[in-house]
Write a protein that binds this ligand. Structure first.
Ligand code: NAD
Length: 397
């Protein structure tokens, strides 16, 4: 494996894509003492200039220049889905470790190419962030793995958002180019269910919805995942900006900040917008505002886990366990940094320092994509789809 130059020094991080995800990771890395923001790349000058100014760092128009920069140890790839394969491999060819946003890529063949490049260039790969890195999910996984609530039966993940009506680049509304919730949102639920359920999904049956002909990509999904050991997961997602399930999660938003529930506001905000891609940059790209670290834990809708001895759910500040002896709250500490993203950065640092393979490596990311593609296929073909590329959560996790 490629070694960090001096393990006592913070890891040099480069950000490819300074949009919504890139901006969140910049704030997470800035609050993490193990990393230093060294450089970024984005074709759009505004976020690039804001980044260079705020972090006294280099900013390039082209990912190839970022990948070649010798002060960068790890490249976080948060560019649009269709570029994931090319940008990850570009960075690996320069000996950089890679944190690659979900979805890992658009096809299983692209995943294989990325996995092969990581092996060839002896670098670490983490596919994330997904909400499976959330501290509450990790805590629930620990409870399941230690058998504290008995045998796992069901996982229920349920999320209603305004996804479809946030300003979108054209390709985000075209499923064939990686648009819609199956590539963008449902991977959070799949990854979370796989971590909780042990990783090995045996089969998938699903229905998906395209309910707005003006934005013709999937924004509704109902999927049943059957695990190899008999447990199952139900994943429900709707992004039509009607009901907002954060109403049922203590009025807290996805990243852990208090949220004013405003039904239909995203749809109304699009009225009259003739360049949504530009509106997206204005509203969400790096430099467009807010860098507050949230007061509560991150979450992705409602997640409830049923075991033989009780239920548990991700709560505002931890995990609530509904056991035979009553209800107890397991509070989760708020450390330095942004929960969820901090764990991604921690896992990469651990991998670089110790050589330990991260859970969310290339094979894991490919297995999660396999489930997303199976959901699409199951809905199209009206049948259950068997899976072939699943991998288990290691016993240590
Ligand atoms: N993990 C999460 O919670 C989370 C949240 C949001 C997005 N994402 C993921 O992050 C990725 C980016 O999504 P986003 O919502 O930030 O999109 P976005 O449109 O807000 O940002 C994408 C950025 O990439 C830039 N870009 C476009 N082409 C580029 C190129 N060739 N080289 C470098 N930069 C380029 C754009 O100018 C833009 O600033 C996607 O994979 C998405 O699924 C993850």
């Amino acid at each position: 494996m490629t070694q960090q130059r001096d393990p006592s020094q913070p890891i040099g991080l480069g950000i490819a894509g300074l949009g919504m995800a890139g901006a969140v990771m910049v704030h997470a890395a800035a609050a993490h003492s193990g990393y230093v923001l060294r450089a970024a790349a984005d074709p759009h000058p505004k976020p690039r200039e804001a980044f260079a100014r705020d972090h006294n760092a280099r900013a390039y128009a082209d990912v190839a220049e970022l990948a070649a920069d010798p002060v960068v140890d790890v490249v976080y790839v948060a560019t649009p889905h269709q570029f994931h394969r090319a940008h990850a491999i570009l960075a690996m060819e320069q000996g950089k470790h890679v944190i690659l946003e979900k979805p890992m890529a658009l096809t299983l063949a692209d995943c294989d190419a990325i996995i092969a490049a990581a092996e060839r260039h002896k670098v670490h790969l983490i596919v994330g962030h997904t909400h499976a890195f959330d501290p509450a999910v990790r805590a629930m996984r620990g409870i399941i793995a230690r058998g504290e609530l008995g045998r796992l039966g069901m996982i229920n993940s349920f999320n209603y958002t305004n996804y479809l009506y946030r300003p979108r680049r054209p390709e985000e509304l075209d499923t064939s180019k990686g648009g819609g919730i199956l590539f963008n949102q449902v991977p959070h639920q799949i990854d979370t269910a796989r971590v909780l359920g042990g990783g090995l999904v045996r089969s998938v049956r699903a229905h998906t919805n395209v309910l707005d002909p003006a934005r013709p990509t999937e924004a509704g999904c109902m999927a049943l995942l059957q695990f190899a050991d008999g447990a199952s997961a139900s994943l429900v997602y709707s992004g039509y900006d009607h009901f907002d399930s954060d109403e049922w999660h203590f009025g807290i938003g996805e990243r852990g900040a208090p949220k004013k529930i405003d039904h239909g506001a995203a749809r109304r905000g699009l009225t009259g917008a003739n360049d949504e891609a530009e509106l997206r940059t204005q509203n969400f790209a790096y430099g467009s505002g807010g860098s507050q670290l949230p007061p509560h834990q991150p979450h992705f809708g409602i997640t409830v886990v049923t075991c033989a001895g009780g239920d548990m759910r991700a709560s505002a500040d931890g995990v609530t366990v509904y056991g035979r002896d009553g209800i107890r709250e397991i509070p989760l500490p708020r450390h330095e940094g942004m929960p969820g993203r901090r764990e991604v950065l921690d896992d990469m640092r651990e991998a670089i320092r110790t050589g330990r393979k991260p859970l969310h490596d290339g094979r894991w990311g490919k297995a999660t994509l396999e489930v997303a593609l199976a959901i699409q296929r199951s809905s199209r073909e009206g049948r259950e789809i068997a899976l072939e590329h699943q991998i288990a959560v290691p016993a240590a996790v």
